[in-house]
Design a protein around this ligand. Structure first.
Ligand SMILES: Cc1cc2nc3c(=O)[nH]c(=O)nc-3n(C[C@H](O)[C@H](O)[C@H](O)COP(=O)(O)OP(=O)(O)OC[C@H]3O[C@@H](n4cnc5c(N)ncnc54)[C@H](O)[C@@H]3O)c2cc1C
Ligand SMILES: CSCC(=O)[O-]
Length: 404
């Protein structure tokens, strides 16, 4: 009956915008909501608004394949993603909201000698950074992933794999809703269906945002708009080295439990896990063209499923239920941009490309610290926009899992 639905209390308010906030976060995705939550909870900045053009968590947060891990190669990125992993481990308790973090193990398959050498290097680098990682041979992989075709007859024989056992999956909707509820309870205004259409400046300094519901003043503005970040930078009057591409995912009909970890192959070029409902959650690389359509092309879908059946022939008759796409903001070195901008009081956190969901807590925490202080957090410093001028890139294409 409807009656029991009527008593459900709302998880957050729908406030009228105030004329002025200390901080405005543009973009109500996981990263934006996490930023607002930590601003209020950890840094005592509660006069904050999150301005979201659609509904909270409706962008890439709602559309990703939920993989979390921190097994990146370079110290700067490994430490940033590991900061996020440590926050994942206590997030359900912190938010009092079950974000369903499940450390079921993330395997990156190796198909060539070079893959094995790169894997050995990456696991060693992980261990030097205090991040768990193991290098397995074919026999160990075959034992741990029963239905994976480890025979010698495949196009890309499996020579081994890295595994991060603390890696796994988390529930994307719950993360957004948990952070939103927590931020709202601390006094943050969540303004949905409010699109930012411009930045107002006074003597070149940002003093607020123009929105579809009028001007809202702010002492500092943090832009966390993922695939739309290039467009936002243009509105602010500068350019970003970001390309927005479709990235697709598929889920199958629900089947009995058959895969209890996350398996990724850069060479065969696909990855798979199985949700608690039994759906196979599948993805691969981006569509090569630039696009904002939140869908992709059929050749990519076909290529993805070829890769999955190559790895798991047993799945060749499973039917796909749904396919969708998001808009991923890829950067030249497959690393984020968490940075001041050429416009004073305007900060950007973007460029997470195909792999920013796993960073959500760490990204929000680091960006909140930066906005509270007006200076970039030490973990954010290597990811400044300037690196594209100085050449101090941090190339993580190898660890980006599905090379794009
Ligand atoms: C199919 C797919 C699979 C993925 N799989 C993984 C994975 O397994 N693991 C992983 O780590 N990462 C994954 N990612 C990447 C990850 O989803 C993103 O990097 C991350 O979610 C981006 O940060 P966000 O959550 O804040 O973005 P979003 O959720 O996209 O938030 C940005 C928000 O900004 C809003 N916005 C945009 N423009 C404006 C404006 N002008 N005014 C106001 N609001 C605006 C949007 O509406 C949106 O809600 C995947 C992405 C896709 C698309
Ligand atoms: C979309 S790829 C997921 C990841 O980066 O582990």
């Amino acid at each position: 009956s409807l009656s029991h639905h009527e008593n459900w209390q709302r998880m957050w308010r729908t406030p009228t915008p105030k004329p002025l906030y200390d901080v405005i976060i543009v973009g109500g995705g996981g990263h934006g909501l996490a930023t607002a939550y930590y601003l209020a909870k950890e840094f005592g900045v509660t006069n904050v608004a999150v301005v979201e053009k659609g509904w909270l968590g409706g962008g890439n947060t709602a559309r990703n394949t939920t993989i979390v891990r921190s097994n990146y190669l370079w110290d700067e990125s490994a430490q940033l993603y590991e900061h996020a992993m440590k926050l994942w481990e206590g997030l359900s308790q912190d938010l009092n909201y079950n974000v369903m973090y499940s450390p079921r193990g993330v395997y990156n398959l190796c198909h060539t000698l070079q893959d094995m050498r790169d894997a050995e290097r990456r696991v060693s680098a992980n261990r030097l950074n205090g991040i768990d990682g193991e290098l397995l041979d074919t026999r160990q992989v075959e034992t741990e992933i029963p239905y994976l075709d480890c025979s010698k007859h495949t196009r890309y024989p499996i020579m081994g794999a890295t595994v991060q056992r603390r890696g796994g999956v988390a529930r994307h909707d719950a993360v957004a809703w948990g952070y939103a509820r927590g931020a709202d309870a601390l006094g943050v205004d969540l303004l949905q269906n409010t699109e930012v259409i411009g930045f107002r400046k006074q003597d070149g300094v940002v003093i607020g945002v123009e929105t579809t519901k009028g001007f809202i003043g702010a002492k500092r503005v943090g832009v966390v708009t993922a695939g739309n970040s290039g467009h936002m930078a243009k509105l602010a009057g500068f350019r970003l080295p970001i390309e927005s591409h479709p990235l697709q995912a598929l889920v199958s009909e629900p089947i009995k439990p058959i895969i209890d970890s996350v398996i990724m192959s850069n060479a065969v070029h696909g990855y798979i896990s199985q949700s608690d409902k039994g759906d196979l959650v599948i993805g691969a690389g981006i569509d090569g063209y630039n696009g904002y359509g939140q869908r992709g092309s059929y050749p990519t879908i076909e290529h993805t499923l070829q890769a999955i059946v190559e790895m798991f022939p047993v799945l060749s008759r499973v039917r796909m239920n749904r396919q969708w796409g998001g808009i991923v903001d890829t950067s030249p070195d497959a690393c984020p941009i968490i940075s001041k901008t050429p416009v004073p009081n305007l900060f950007f956190n973007c460029g997470w490309g195909t792999g920013g969901f796993k960073a959500t807590p760490g990204s929000g925490h680091v960006f909140a610290a930066s906005l509270a202080k007006g200076e970039m957090h030490p973990l954010a410093k290597p990811f400044a926009i300037e690196r594209f001028h100085t050449g101090a890139l941090i190339d993580e294409h190898g660890a980006a899992a599905v090379a794009h």
